[in-house]
Structure formats: structure tokens, C-alpha cells
Ligand binder design. Structure first.
Ligand SMILES: NC(=O)c1ccc[n+]([C@@H]2O[C@H](COP(=O)([O-])OP(=O)(O)OC[C@H]3O[C@@H](n4cnc5c(N)ncnc54)[C@H](OP(=O)(O)O)[C@@H]3O)[C@@H](O)[C@H]2O)c1
Length: 349
């Protein structure tokens, strides 16, 4: 049986651990913790083996945490490591552990695709380039925003191709996640040089895309405002609704008041970790004006990349074809069921 280790147990790592542990065809060795805090307790209570740096044993044991071994040993045992570390540590981990031990690794969107600290030669988006990731040793899973944009842009590119003149996207991002300890500052801040534009072009190279990213004082979800300029007349709203109705991980919702209402619904409905793991197009914000189509959708930043990482395990480790991997992902994450529940609730469908 193939073995997977999760290096990092924060917002993303803890969700990955829940998902991977549900798949009985893979063995989850355990997770890595670096700080002896409440999350260590949480991991142990959830039944995960906890591995820590060798030189931190004492500190963890002083806090009465039952530790299963060292991170170094867990990596040696693994066939694939999912690196879920805070931005920049993935590069250090690749050099220190994965390369010397010849281990496959999946990195998260906070790592670099280009330059000195590049960790992989591709960014994955399961809607676009899953097949290229099969059997690869190192792949970056696109960030939540890049994943969401790919889910919307790719179907448009496939259907409207050369009629698409340009895409302009404003990414309105939450300040911190709900379970983040970080303080939310009362300010709207902008990103001088957003990485999302180049990241998306890595897997949809011909797209004429311009991105601005703003951070707002919220903990709920992101909202992307996408303006698509066409050569000639844009498609009608009905055509757009039809285009997205059967897209995996894309729901079309009506009369949602905002990202807060949607996140609270996901929690109240008992969705795991309070995630929908998809993007939600807001029906009333689809506008066709002159040669422009506007689409606004909320992007579940915490949940979005978890099925994507799971798909990567299917491709990089198990060499599963996309259709099979998608079916497995749907069994683990119940994306289609959640989509139906949300559409019934917010659309009366
Ligand atoms: N949060 C999101 O919504 C989101 C969405 C998509 C992608 N991402 C990306 O996912 C990655 C992780 O983000 P996150 O939000 O999960 O961060 P996070 O909550 O801050 O968690 C980071 C984790 O990294 C661990 N860590 C510290 N040093 C490490 C090392 N040297 N090697 C491995 N792990 C180490 C930390 O351990 P201790 O706590 O034990 O110190 C912590 O568990 C980033 O690249 C981020 O850009 C995040």
C-alpha cells in the first residue's frame, strides 16, 4: 500500500489529513508538527500519528504529547509527501528532505514556480492539466484563487476561444481564515505584484489575463469579480448558466447575501471543516453589457485546494486517469452532493 505523509498541520494540512485518512487504499503515516500547541492535541485526538523535528522531542514530551517519531523518519517511510508548510518552507524542505531521500512531493500555492526558489516545473489545476501531473515527482497545487480562476476560465476558453479578448479579475481576499489566530486589521490593502496572473498563465498560457488583488477585513471567503471582454457580442446569461451547470466544483447560486452567509451555511449544514470546496457563481451578478460579460463568484479559500491535492495523489502516485480520480475525489469530498444541497437552498432547484 502506498504511504503518504503530510508535512505541516495548519489550515491546509489539517484538512488534507482528514481527507487522506478517509481513503482506505492509501496509508496516511501521519502529520508533522513544529510547535507544541493546541493543534498538536487536536491532531492526536483526531487519531493522527504526530511526528516532530528530532531536536524538539523534549519540548513536545514536556507538554505531555504522545509523539510517534521524527519528521525525518516519517519522510523516509513515505512514497509521497504533501508539503503543507507556511510559504517558503516548501523550498527548504525540498532541499533538506525530499531531494536527498528521492521522495515525490506536492507543494502548495505559496511556493515559487519560477526563479531561484522554484520547487516544481508545473502548477496543477485538475480542470486543465491533470494528465500532465501523472507520475511527476514534484508539482505545485495552484493557490485557492488560481484554482478558482482556472475553474471558471477554462470552460470559457474551451467554448469561446478566439472570441475572448481579455479577462480582468479583481480578487477580493479575506484577511485571515476563521480559525487563524491572526488579527483582522481594519483596512483594505492591495497587492503590488499579485502572483496569480503568472500562475494561471502557467497552465492556460494563451489567456490574456490581468489581475488585481485586494485584501479586506473578513475571515469568510474570497470573491472574484471577473470582467470578460469579447470580440463581438458576448454570450447571453442563459448560455453562461448552461455552460457551468455541469462543471465539477462550480455551483450557481441565487440571492446569497454575501460570503459570510455562505460560509455560515456550510458550517450549519455540517460540511467538513465548514468548507464547500468549490466556487459559487452568483446568478444575479452575471451581467452582459455591450461587449462585456461580468461573472462574480465566491471562492472557498480553505476548502478549494483540498480535493485538488487529493487528485494529485491519484495522478502522481497511483497514476489514475482523470475520470477515475474525479470519481474518487467526489466520493471523498461529496462535491456533487454539496453542490446540489447549496443549489436547492439558494436557487430552489
Ligand atoms: N489558508 C488558506 O486558505 C490557503 C489556501 C490555499 C493555499 N494555501 C497555501 O497552503 C500553504 C499552507 O498554508 P496554511 O494556511 O495551511 O498555513 P498555516 O495554517 O500557517 O500552517 C502552516 C503549517 O506549517 C507548519 N510548519 C512550520 N515550519 C514548517 C516547516 N519547516 N516545514 C513544514 N511545515 C512547517 C506549521 O507548523 P506549526 O504550527 O506546528 O508551527 C503549520 O502547521 C501555504 O503555501 C499557503 O499559501 C493556503
Amino acid at each position: 500500500m502506498f504511504k503518504v505523509f503530510i508535512n505541516g498541520y495548519g489550515i491546509i494540512g489539517s484538512r488534507l489529513a482528514t481527507a487522506v485518512s478517509k481513503d482506505k487504499s492509501i496509508k496516511l503515516i501521519g502529520i508533522a508538527k513544529y510547535s507544541p500547541d493546541g493543534k498538536t492535541e487536536d491532531a492526536i485526538k483526531s487519531g493522527f500519528n504526530v511526528f516532530v523535528p528530532k531536536d524538539s522531542y523534549k519540548e513536545f514530551r514536556k507538554n505531555n504529547f504522545d509523539i510517534s517519531g521524527s519528521i525525518e523518519d516519517a519522510i523516509l517511510e513515505a512514497d509521497l509527501v504533501i508539503d503543507a508548510s507556511s510559504e517558503g518552507n516548501g523550498y527548504k524542505n525540498k532541499k533538506k528532505y525530499y531531494l536527498p531521500a528521492k521522495k515525490k512531493a506536492i507543494f502548495q500555492g505559496g511556493e515559487d514556480r519560477y526563479g531561484e526558489k522554484s520547487v516544481a516545473d508545473m502548477i496543477h489545476n485538475s480542470r486543465v492539466n491533470y494528465e500532465q501531473a501523472r507520475k511527476k515527482d514534484f508539482v505545485i497545487q495552484g493557490s485557492c484563487n488560481v484554482t478558482g480562476m482556472g475553474k471558471i476560465i477554462q470552460p470559457l476558453v474551451e467554448k469561446y476561444g478566439k472570441s475572448l479578448k481579455r479577462f480582468d479579475v479583481n480578487l477580493i481576499r479575506r484577511w485571515a481564515d476563521l480559525e487563524d489566530k491572526k488579527e483582522v486589521k481594519d483596512s483594505i490593502e492591495w497587492d503590488k505584484n499579485p502572483h496569480h496572473q503568472e500562475d494561471l498563465k502557467d497552465f492556460i498560457p494563451k489567456v490574456n489575463l490581468f489581475v488585481d488583488a485586494l485584501k479586506v477585513p473578513s475571515r469568510m471567503m474570497h470573491l472574484h469579480q471577473m470582467t470578460i471582454r469579447f470580440r463581438g457580442t458576448p454570450p447571453s446569461k442563459d448560455e453562461i448558466l448552461e455552460l457551468f451547470q455541469n462543471e465539477f466544483g462550480v455551483a450557481v447560486l441565487k440571492n446569497v447575501k454575501g460570503t459570510g452567509e455562505l460560509r455560515k451555511q456550510a458550517i450549519e449544514l455540517g460540511f467538513e471543516h465548514g468548507d464547500t470546496s468549490m466556487v459559487h457563481i452568483h446568478d444575479e451578478l452575471i451581467r452582459v453589457q455591450d461587449d462585456i460579460l461580468k461573472i462574480s463568484y465566491s471562492d472557498d479559500q480553505t476548502g478549494m485546494v483540498i480535493p485538488e491535492n487529493y487528485m494529485l495523489i491519484q495522478g502522481m502516485l497511483l497514476d489514475k486517469p482523470r475520470e477515475e480520480a474525479l470519481k474518487k475525489a467526489d466520493r471523498i469530498f461529496r462535491i456533487n452532493r454539496k453542490k446540489k444541497i447549496l443549489e436547492r437552498k439558494f436557487r430552489g432547484k
